[in-house]
Design a protein around this ligand. Structure first.
Ligand code: AMP
Length: 613
């Protein structure tokens, strides 16, 4: 496909508000693409050139882009001085619109989607001295070679501002639609078929975290190809997540016998070893190998000549006290500079809690108890049982601490012990549970300190808008933010709270600078809210929020079913973190989680359960 035509499709997507419609239009585009074009188009509609574990969005500085626009105009015979360009940019408000307005219509057919993609990839890889000039040169060539509309999208793309509202769920829906007939004769059968195709495609995505690859395989080899996608070293597996329950009794009622582990508060690490090379991935599937060199080194020694994928929690180690550091200290290891220096000051230990792949074989479908047995043959078990103190392993790796029990009282005792030692709580695991990639279910259940003492756990909200400040906050230009939870069924971000406290003046100022960059005209696609903020923002920032209570309220939309008048809402919410670097909007707390927290809260206040045990 020609890049100009691709840009016309991007414009259609940009103007489509509803998620279902968006998926349909994206499917229409995908049907016209070859497998090679499919993967590239799927990365690009998400503002990326590669899957997130292989690279970040481009994020080119506005000043460089402006110079490239100037150069492109020059080559098309339009003269415009730097100062004129700056003035025109202030008027246009967006370099993309500026380029579109000033560039004359192109004469030829323009470059293909693949050519433009490859050029952008080459630009993103330029570094070192003289690279800025080269970037400008190459980018000017891309801008001058296509239609004015394509220049708009290229500019937004290279700045990391191509915000089409196409999330993972929309892509999965669109890929599903490309396999099915567009117009169903039998609606029920069609819906059933859609569900099973969607599950297959999502299953493949959960195993490789690469929508471009899934799309290309689907296009080239159909559903058979999708079924053949298996876990492989180097492709992060989407991580299994926990459900919540409120006591040992509830956990044992649900799981009968369970493995109960300490819940460590550090960084989740998925470690991939192929015999020679090691790569680490974070919970949101970014590569963290460079940040945690001691873990990479230890893994490469342990698995020299063998392949493996395993998961653990990395914690800062306090050698003086032979204990672990709290999260606030561990987090200081999340950095790109001075890594070695910091790793000497705060070395990491990694408590391994799952083994997913070994010597070329996936273990994900095996029961947890079997996986754990193999895990304990590889990683040292430092401490067992309830009455022992958690001891950090001698080397970098140790097996997570665990008891196996069917006694609710023992779960509570273990919980108390673990909390007394300063950990967050426990995670109970179903002994015959598979590793449920990318899903949150009762195979893993967390029980946290906060459920037992305060009213509820914290929640992670995606910010969808903000309000101008009033009174003392007028000068900050921001007084409150509007937060939303994610409904995984519809893919919508649904408003749940207006939050006006929790940050320092500086924190508010910083937050506003970030949100200003994300402003959209009108509600972004896939956002539903009962309140209208002064400014809408594209949902990509997550903050952690604590509240006094969860209530039902007509003001908010979270979890509001068809025909219902009330959604869930947080009472007296306050932020307990600024923007979370480790979470994407798609990892915000979900509606089912909110429902469960609401249930836990009701049980605590009435002493009985209103939902599942
Ligand atoms: P949460 O972030 O509160 O949903 O809790 C889940 C997180 O707990 C996981 O993503 C892990 O990073 C972390 N974690 C700590 N200890 C364990 C453990 N023993 N098993 C599984 N996850 C753990």
């Amino acid at each position: 496909m020609n890049f100009d035509s691709f840009s016309e499709s991007l414009e259609v997507l940009e103007k489509t508000p509803g998620r279902l419609e968006l998926a349909q239009r994206l499917a229409a585009l995908l049907r016209e693409l070859t497998p090679g074009e499919t993967s590239r188009a799927l990365y690009m509609v998400q503002g990326q050139l590669l899957p997130s574990f292989d690279g970040e969005p481009m994020g080119m500085a506005g000043s460089l882009l402006l110079r490239a626009i100037g150069r492109a105009l020059d080559s098309r015979g339009v003269t415009c001085s730097d100062s004129e360009l700056k003035a025109l940019l202030a008027e246009a408000g967006d370099p993309g619109i500026l380029a579109e307005r000033l560039l004359p219509p192109n004469e030829g057919a323009g470059e293909s989607l693949i050519e433009v993609y490859e050029r952008l990839l080459a630009i993103s890889r330029l570094s070192g001295s003289g690279s800025q000039e080269e970037k400008i040169l190459h980018l000017a060539r891309v801008l001058s070679g296509g239609s004015p509309l394509s220049a708009r999208f290229v500019c937004r793309f290279v700045m990391g501002r191509l915000r089409l509202g196409v999330g993972d769920a929309t892509i999965l829906d669109a890929l599903t639609l490309t396999v099915l007939d567009a117009s169903p004769d039998d609606e029920r059968a069609w819906k059933k078929g859609r569900k099973s195709v969607r599950e297959e495609i999502e299953g493949a995505y959960n195993l490789c975290s690469d929508l471009g690859r899934v799309g290309a395989v689907l296009r080239e080899e159909g559903r058979d190809g999708i079924r053949r996608i298996a876990p492989s070293v180097g492709y992060p597996i989407r991580m299994a997540l926990c459900e919540r329950l409120g006591s040992g009794e509830e956990i044992i009622a649900k799981l009968k016998e369970a493995a109960v582990e300490s819940k460590y508060d550090g960084f989740r690490c998925q470690v991939h070893c192929d015999g020679t090379r090691v790569r680490l991935f974070s919970r949101n599937l970014e590569e963290t190998t460079g940040m945690f060199p001691e873990i990479a080194r230890a893994a490469s020694e342990l698995f020299s000549g063998r392949s493996a994928i395993f998961e653990g929690e990395a914690l800062g180690y306090d050698a003086e006290n032979e204990s672990f550091h709290p999260f606030q200290v561990t987090i200081t290891r999340k950095r790109k500079h001075n890594v070695l220096e910091k790793s000497e000051e705060i070395p990491l230990k990694c408590l391994v809690f799952d083994l997913l792949y070994l010597d070329g074989l996936s273990l994900m479908e095996r029961p947890f108890a079997q996986r754990r047995k193999i895990l304990e043959e590889i990683f040292p078990v430092t401490v067992r049982g309830i009455a022992d103190r958690e001891l950090p392993p001698d080397g970098v790796f140790g097996a997570s601490r665990l008891i196996v029990t069917d006694d609710p009282h023992k779960v509570d005792l273990f919980f108390d012990e673990v909390v007394e030692e300063g950990f967050e709580g426990v995670i109970a695991k179903r002994l015959d549970g598979v590793y449920a990639a990318g899903s949150r279910n009762f195979n893993w259940i967390k029980l946290k300190r906060s459920y037992k003492s305060a009213l509820s756990d914290t929640v992670d909200l995606a910010l969808i808008g903000y309000y101008r400040g009033k009174g003392l906050r007028t000068k900050l230009g921001i007084g409150a933010v509007l937060g939303a939870v994610l409904d995984p069924e519809s893919g919508e971000f649904q408003s749940v709270a207006r939050i006006g406290s929790g940050l320092t003046e500086e924190g508010w100022r910083d937050l506003r600078a970030i949100l200003d960059d994300l402003r959209t005209e009108g509600p972004p696609p896939g956002v539903v809210s009962g309140l209208v903020p002064d400014f809408w923002v594209h949902p990509s920032i997550v903050v952690t929020v604590l509240a006094d209570e969860l209530t039902r309220s007509p003001t908010h939309r979270a979890g509001r079913g068809e025909g219902e008048e009330e959604g869930f809402a947080l009472r007296f919410p306050r932020m307990v973190s600024g923007p979370r670097a480790d979470k994407k909007a798609e990892e915000a707390t979900t509606v089912p989680e909110i429902r469960r927290l609401y249930d836990l809260q009701r049980q605590r206040s009435t002493g009985r359960s209103s939902g599942e045990p």
